[in-house]
Each structure stands twice: as structure tokens, then as C-alpha cells.
Design a protein around this ligand. Structure first.
Ligand code: HEM
Length: 143
């Protein structure tokens, strides 16, 4: 009986912690930037598919602007970890460095699109996936 109550309480706690973490992340400017990046990338992929590289390059410009804004935001993970002082400065610098690398990849993609360089476009799309993985596995809280 007690065991069941205990498990029930644990399940409720896990559920509410998850919901709270999710809510905490959603209202933040970084979350909005990321959602907009996802939308612009979808638009870019469909322009690319229809052979409109010029339009795709415009979408990439939007993505770069959004990453520049994201660079000045604080990941929720840093708040959750209660980072401050030197630790906050160190992790912020690492976060900004990954964003800078990502912006670099998107700038190269813009050039490749303008040059209609299909091989380069394909390689850079792979690089973008890698940057996303690095960014999320290092700086994204479970939210
Ligand atoms: C390159 C393509 C990327 C896409 C399409 C993307 C997309 C998203 C989306 C849709 C979310 C919110 C929903 C979720 O999946 O949970 C998110 C959250 C997040 N992303 Fe990205 N992302 C990208 C790259 C990056 C990079 C490079 C970084 C870090 C350097 C990063 C850091 C984060 C963080 C920290 C959050 C959580 C929001 C918060 O802490 O408030 N993302 N991303």
C-alpha cells in the first residue's frame, strides 16, 4: 500500500517537474528565436526543393539574424543550474562560441546558394545538423 503511494507520489513529482520545466522554457526569448529558426529552415528547405536558391538564401539571412539575437540570450539550463560569476561567464562564452560557429556555417551556406553549388550546399546542411546536435546536447535543458 505504502509502496504504491510512494510510486504514485514519485510519478506526480516527475510529471509536474517536467511540466514546470517545459513552461519555464517556453516563455523565454531564446525559445522564440529557436522556434523561428525552425520555421525559417523549413521555408528554406522548400525553396531549395523547388529550385529557388535566391529565396532560400533570403531565408538563411533570416536564420543568421535570429542566431545573432539568440547569442545575446541565456539558455534556461544556466538558470536551472543557478550559474553565476565565473562559471556563468565561462559557460556563456562557450555557448556564444558554438553560436558563432553556427553563424559561420550559415554564412557559407548563403554563399553556396548564391553560387548554386549543390555539393557544397549538401555538405553544409550536414554541418548544420551537427551544430544543432552540439548546441542542444550541451546547452538545452530538458524543456
Ligand atoms: C541549427 C539548427 C537549430 C534548430 C532548428 C534549433 C531548434 C530549436 C527548437 C525548435 C527548440 C525548442 C523546442 C525543442 O526542440 O525543445 C530549441 C531549443 C533550444 N536550442 Fe536550438 N536549434 C538549433 C541550433 C541550436 C544551437 C546551435 C544552439 C546553441 C549553441 C541551440 C540552443 C538551444 C537551447 C539552449 C534551447 C532551449 C531554449 C532555452 O534554454 O530557453 N540550438 N532549438
Amino acid at each position: 500500500m505504502y509502496k504504491r503511494l510512494f510510486i504514485g507520489a514519485l510519478a506526480t513529482l516527475a510529471f509536474s517537474t517536467n511540466v514546470l520545466a517545459h513552461g519555464a522554457c517556453e516563455g523565454r526569448p531564446l525559445h522564440h528565436d529557436m522556434e523561428n529558426i525552425k520555421t525559417e529552415l523549413k521555408g528554406m528547405a522548400s525553396s531549395l526543393k523547388s529550385g529557388d536558391n535566391k529565396q532560400a538564401a533570403k531565408k538563411v539571412e533570416q536564420v543568421i539574424a535570429l542566431f545573432k539575437d539568440a547569442r545575446s540570450q541565456t539558455p534556461y539550463l544556466f538558470v536551472e543550474k543557478k550559474l553565476s560569476g565565473d562559471a556563468l561567464a565561462k559557460e556563456t562564452a562557450e555557448y556564444q562560441s558554438v553560436i558563432d560557429d553556427t553563424i559561420q556555417v550559415f554564412s557559407s551556406l548563403e554563399t553556396a546558394l548564391e553560387n548554386n553549388d549543390s555539393a557544397k550546399i549538401k555538405t553544409l546542411m550536414g554541418e548544420i545538423g551537427k551544430q544543432k546536435h552540439i548546441g542542444h546536447s550541451t546547452f538545452k535543458a530538458d524543456c
